[in-house]
Design a protein around this ligand. Structure first.
Ligand code: FAD
Length: 553
């Protein structure tokens, strides 16, 4: 049965209640998703629950780069840079439509973070650690060449630049495709199911499952497991507290904000990583009709489900951009959308937000709850491998169950089964353009679909072209149909934010299509008026939070 079809939710919940799994995972962000795919592909029976939508935590709120983390080189985190640097090429191979090569320009500014020699050396070390192949290795550019690459850049303090290779992605889509791949192999994954407590073995007191609340129909649910892993990101310590094992190292949450401007107001030609006046560095990344800018890094103690962008965050980013791109005179009124995310970092006494390590950490409690936190989106596969190695070891010792080694480096993600590399994606994109352009759509529409859905675009277009009307409204309704039937879309924000990225990168389309999309939800799920009004309120609130910036209190 296709359990990612939202109509099969009841059947999935019933199956989960009846099964004892080898592994239950709490959290459907990148870390939990990677863990589910790793475990199911080694032969474990797997269940994953998330209390929100999949990727609704940090994994839809990052800078959306699959990167080696150049700045961690400065902090001498060599092992981290090597691991995530090498992972970039693997994740690109597994989903070449979704993890796209992107050149990054690093301007050298008088009095900036790095001089020419240090930058050249640093980028060379970065290439070596990440195993970057020759055509993609860094090049150093003169001042004149840099201006050719990016004419908007301030010239009076410019000394040149470095140009190096990174990858761009969509964090939420990557997470969802990893989950769908795990589900296709037999993992049972579900959103809107919250773990409230643990089940313990009667005699030895070890964790033997989770006590949950299903949040849509409001039913309690118990799921039994030989092993439970918490990949709950910023919420990891709450679950350790519930497990009475919160001791020693703890999380330190920092907030990172990104703002989105129309590309015509911030028309950079490629991604740029530039200095801020306080010595931090931020990215400006063009995407579709927009350019986004981020991030901030400030300590956070508020509600974890809804970190918000405030005016100070926006002004900080705009001031920095206006120093390097003075001709643009960017203002708060130019900002169309934004998002804020929480980094679940591991606390270190005396270190500021920016200085904290991005390494991941595994905690094992006396009751054998395994928790994993920290790390990077880019490293999700290696984090999963480390945690599943531990699970396999315990299942062997305690239950004499044998599982094979990791194989996720060879499992293409759903949407990329026949897309072997970037060239194949280009060929497929041309085919999609040939179908869409005669129907009145643009190359941008084709590119959006292919980079979001890969070869699943065919399924969406088959649905569209089976109708008489091929308007933009019918295309978005076909995307929604795909979301209902293949991607476990339950609420309008699952669709507008995590499945399509429209809330951030095409916010006007959310305003334009909200009414017919909500009507489709009403008829698909048989919503009554109260449910309709409630979800309409959530969409209106999300629009407001993304585009209005109150001062911090
Ligand atoms: P999350 O994505 O937060 O997932 C945890 C999940 O657990 C959530 O969905 C939550 O709902 C669920 N959950 C919590 N409690 C419960 C419960 N009781 N029951 C059920 N479910 C529960 N990394 C990169 O590689 N590249 C970048 O460009 C990058 N940029 C970043 C920029 C910012 C501003 C931030 C904040 C982070 C960035 N990162 C980046 C880091 C990366 O985003 C994170 O490391 C990664 O997304 C963490 O994923 P996770 O699965 O551990 O946590």
């Amino acid at each position: 049965m296709n359990f990612f079809d939202s109509k099969n939710r009841t059947a999935l919940l019933e199956t989960m209640a009846e099964t004892t799994y080898d592994l239950v995972i709490i959290g459907g962000g990148a870390t939990g998703a990677g863990t589910a795919l790793d475990a199911i592909s080694r032969g474990m029976s797997v269940c994953l629950v998330d209390k929100q939508d999949f990727a609704a935590g940090t994994s839809s709120r990052s800078t959306k780069l699959i990167h080696g983390g150049l700045r961690y080189l400065k902090q001498l985190e060599i092992a981290l840079v090597r691991e995530v640097g090498r992972e970039r090429a693997i994740v690109h191979r597994l989903a070449p439509h979704l993890v796209v090569s992107e050149k990054m320009l690093l301007p050298l500014i008088e009095g900036g973070t790095y001089g020419r020699f240090a930058t050249s050396l640093g980028l060379m070390v970065y290439d070596v650690l990440a195993g970057v192949e020759r055509p993609d290795q860094r090049i150093m550019l003169s001042k004149e060449k840099t201006i050719e690459y990016e004419p908007l850049i301030r010239t009076d303090i410019l000394e040149g630049s470095g140009l190096y290779a990174e990858y761009r992605t969509d964090d939420a889509r990557l997470t969802i495709e990893v989950l769908k791949t795990a589900a296709k192999m037999g993992a049972h994954c579900i959103n809107y199911v919250e773990v409230k407590d643990f089940i313990y073995e009667p005699k030895k007191g070890k964790v033997a499952g989770v006590k949950c609340q299903e949040l849509i129909a409001g039913q309690p649910l118990e799921i039994r497991a030989r092993q439970v892993v918490s990949a709950a990101g910023p919420w990891v310590d709450e679950l350790r507290q519930q497990n009475k094992s919160l001791e020693g190292k703890r999380l330190h949450l920092t907030k990172g904000v990104h703002i989105v401007l129309p590309h015509e107001r911030f028309p950079v030609k490629q991604s740029i990583y530039f200095d801020m006046p306080d010595g931090r560095m931020v990215f400006a990344i063009p995407r579709g009709k927009t350019t986004y800018l981020g991030t901030t890094d400030t300590d956070y103690h508020g509600k974890k489900e809804t970190p918000l962008t405030n005016l100070e965050d926006v002004e900080y980013l705009l001031n920095g951009a206006n120093l390097i791109f003075p001709g643009l005179k960017l203002a708060v009124a130019d900002v169309k959308s934004s998002w804020a995310g929480l980094r679940p970092l591991i606390h270190e006494d005396g270190k500021s937000a920016s200085e904290l390590s991005r390494k991941d950490e595994i905690f094992v409690s006396d009751t054998k709850l395994i928790s994993i936190a920290g790390g990077k989106l880019t490293g999700y596969r290696k984090m999963a491998e480390r945690v599943v190695d531990r699970v396999a070891k315990r299942l062997k010792k305690k239950f004499e169950l044998e599982f094979g080694p990791v194989k996720t480096d060879k499992i293409d993600l759903v949407g990329a089964e026949t897309l072997a590399n970037a060239e194949a994606v280009e060929v497929y994109l041309r085919q999609v353009e040939e179908k869409l352009i005669p129907a009145g759509f643009s190359t941008l529409d084709a590119s959006y679909l292919v980079h979001n859905y890969g070869e699943q675009t065919d399924t969406i277009l088959d649905h569209l072209f089976a109708k008489e009307d091929h308007s933009p409204l019918e295309l978005i309704r076909s995307e929604l149909w795909f979301g209902f039937t293949h991607e476990m879309v339950i609420s309008p924000m699952d669709f507008f934010s995590r499945r399509t990225g429209r809330l951030y990168f095409d916010i006007d389309s959310v305003r334009e299509y909200m009414d017919p999309i909500l009507e489709d939800f009403r008829s698909h799920f048989g919503w009554d008026e109260a449910r309709y009004q409630q979800d309409r309120g959530y969409v209106e609130q999300a629009l407001e939070q993304a585009s209005e910036f109150p001062p911090s209190t």
